[in-house]
Design a protein around this ligand. Structure first.
Ligand code: NA7
Length: 546
């Protein structure tokens, strides 16, 4: 709080607001929210921990980082001009291209002048007397704002493994989500990668190209499928541009806003030959089709799931020469698609290379990181570089890392003990004037598509508040209970909710995150939008407005 706030508060006059809205985060959500808030003519500030824009695509600059969704389906769709002028070079763009894109967006719409970099928010406390939020940065600076919009990302709180000795390693070590901006050479180096999720897979296949020796420490293998990336030439890009209206319309209609949507047929409604041919076609096609465009029941019917699981296991056995290594790479504790499917480019072939070794740490657990490398129950390995691809405290983790307190000082972290409770994934009872973008219980799916909808809904709500001179906007207990129950009921019968992963809120490296929760909305994106639209159309009657 500034001195003037205190003086005004003491004098009993209305306390000054520094801003109408503060947005935390300058990733894809934060940038677009800023753009929309400016249209409302509001005083708005984005507080960003990094030194540049891009969020996920700013922090995750590890080798091999790239989209698993088609680049063009990942673009913002709100500006025709932006769509017209931006050319993607690859069907699945690498991180530097996406970071360039988001910088281009920031420049084009002159967004930077309202973004404050190197500004990590440590606390946000609601003051009911003034119907405002006091937002504190790590450096102690404080700002007062009417609305607080969190654009902090579902996968942005990286977690290091809880292994003894992590700080004792004398070589270079990096978490993939905190990768340095300077290039890191693996040429001739002894490199370790811990973690084989979507990030680990992308990292491993890239590092294996140049490392002197690469050792992969795998706790749980994942079911990976080929990405089939390729370049986009000028002619193709022109075609993609001409097809944008249709493509974005399609994304609005599909289940999770991807270009791919479940095949209406059930797995066993076709002959075994047709089924095999369909799986083959999906395996040979680019992107998430094999996961998102498969038979409609593969993620709900265990027998159907077995069929695709068996198919992908056979592929792994064909691709990996050493049958012992192949078996280690085949997941045994979950079926295909029940965790996020990493998309890969010659990932399995990496294990045929003489410079690559797979260590199954379920068989020989890591005991400690030593000054020279990694000690398992089997032996000690020496390394020059250790890469931690150990993931994130997902979905609620980025909220937990900020001291967010609502009415009567209630901590959000305490409110969400046992799992998040939200209204439409956007608001929380007891935390007035706080809106979450890509928060728990929203439709994630193809993230930019969901972001655009989320931002537009929040913008409309704030416009409504402004137009009706409302200064306090809060979810009700009944609204939260009903939405949370709805989200939970949608999760019943989904095989992915019976498996440990970041999608079910599990993180072995975080205290208190060992019990599965329903963290995500798993209904269809069109149904989510219909529900949110209905709330807006009735003048937000389900909210407590004052
Ligand atoms: P993930 O998918 O959570 O993967 C993390 C990996 O790290 C996973 O293989 C973990 O094994 C492994 N891990 C985590 N902690 C340890 C310890 N302590 N010891 C050994 N291995 C460990 O994170 P990603 O970054 O790959 O991907 C997250 C999402 O970002 C991704 O799905 C995309 O949507 C973008 P585990 O499976 O827990 O046994």
């Amino acid at each position: 709080m500034t001195a003037s706030h205190e003086t005004q508060a003491q004098a009993g006059t209305a306390p000054a607001l520094d801003y109408d809205a503060i947005i935390i985060g300058a990733g894809m959500s934060g940038l677009y929210q800023l753009y929309r808030m400016r249209e409302l003519g509001m005083r708005v500030r984005v507080l960003e921990a990094g030194t540049g824009v891009g969020g996920t695509w700013y922090w995750n600059r590890y080798p091999g980082a790239r989209f698993d969704s088609e680049s063009y389906s990942y673009s913002y769709s709100f500006s025709k001009e932006l769509l017209e002028e931006w050319n993607w070079n690859e069907h699945f763009a690498p991180q530097p291209e996406t970071e360039r894109y988001l910088n281009h967006v920031a420049d084009k719409f002159d967004l930077r002048r309202d973004i404050q970099f190197r500004s990590r928010v440590s606390a946000a406390h609601y003051q009911d007397a003034t119907r405002s939020w006091d937002v504190t940065l790590e450096n102690g600076d404080r700002f007062r704002t009417r609305f607080l919009i969190t654009a902090i990302g579902p996968l942005s709180a990286p977690t290091m493994p809880r292994i003894e000795g992590v700080d004792s390693f004398k070589g270079a070590s990096f978490h993939t989500a905190r990768w340095p901006k300077e290039p890191v050479s693996f040429e001739g180096k002894r490199v370790a990668v811990i973690g084989t999720g979507a990030t680990g897979v992308q990292t491993i296949q890239e590092v294996a190209k140049t490392a002197g020796h690469l050792t992969v420490f795998q706790r749980t293998p994942n079911w990976c499928a080929p990405l089939h990336n390729s370049r986009i030439d000028a002619e193709q890009m022109a075609k993609i541009k001409a097809g944008y209206p249709e493509m974005f319309k399609r994304c609005q209609e599909t289940f999770a806003c991807f270009l791919h949507t479940p095949d209406p047929r059930g797995t066993f409604e076709v002959t075994p030959e047709k089924r095999e041919a369909f799986f083959e076609k999906l395996y040979a096609s680019p992107g998430f089709g094999i996961w998102q465009g498969n038979f409609r029941d593969i993620l709900t019917n265990p027998k159907a799931n077995d069929a695709i699981t068996d198919f992908v296991a056979r592929k792994i056995r064909q691709r990996v020469k050493d049958p012992v290594v192949a078996e280690k790479l085949i997941p045994k504790n979950h079926g295909f698609g029940t965790r996020r499917v990493p998309l890969e480019t010659k990932y399995y072939e990496v294990y045929n290379q003489p410079n690559v070794e797979l260590v199954d740490i379920k068989e020989a657990p890591i005991e400690r990181i030593t000054p020279n490398g990694i000690k398992t129950s089997d032996r000690e390995y020496e390394f020059d570089i250790i890469i931690y691809a150990t993931g994130f405290d997902a979905i609620t983790g980025s909220f937990d890392r900020i001291d967010i307190r609502g009415v009567d000082g209630l901590r959000l972290k305490d409110k969400w003990k046992g799992g998040p409770r939200t209204y439409l994934g956007v608001m929380v009872e007891g935390f007035p004037n706080m809106m979450m973008l890509m928060g728990p219980h929203t439709a994630l799916g193809n993230i930019p598509r969901s972001i655009e909808y989320n931002v537009e809904w929040v913008t409309s709500l704030i416009r409504h508040a402004r137009d009706h001179q409302l200064t306090r906007v809060e979810a009700t207990a009944a609204g939260v209970a009903s939405w949370t129950d709805h989200v939970k009921s949608l999760g019943v019968g989904l095989l992915s909710n019976e498996v440990n992963s970041w999608m079910t809120g599990i993180n072995s490296n975080v205290e208190g995150k060992q019990t599965r929760i329903i963290a995500r909305y798993s209904g269809s994106a069109p149904a989510y939008r219909a529900r949110c639209d209905e709330v807006a159309a009735t003048g937000y009657r389900e909210l407590a407005l004052a």
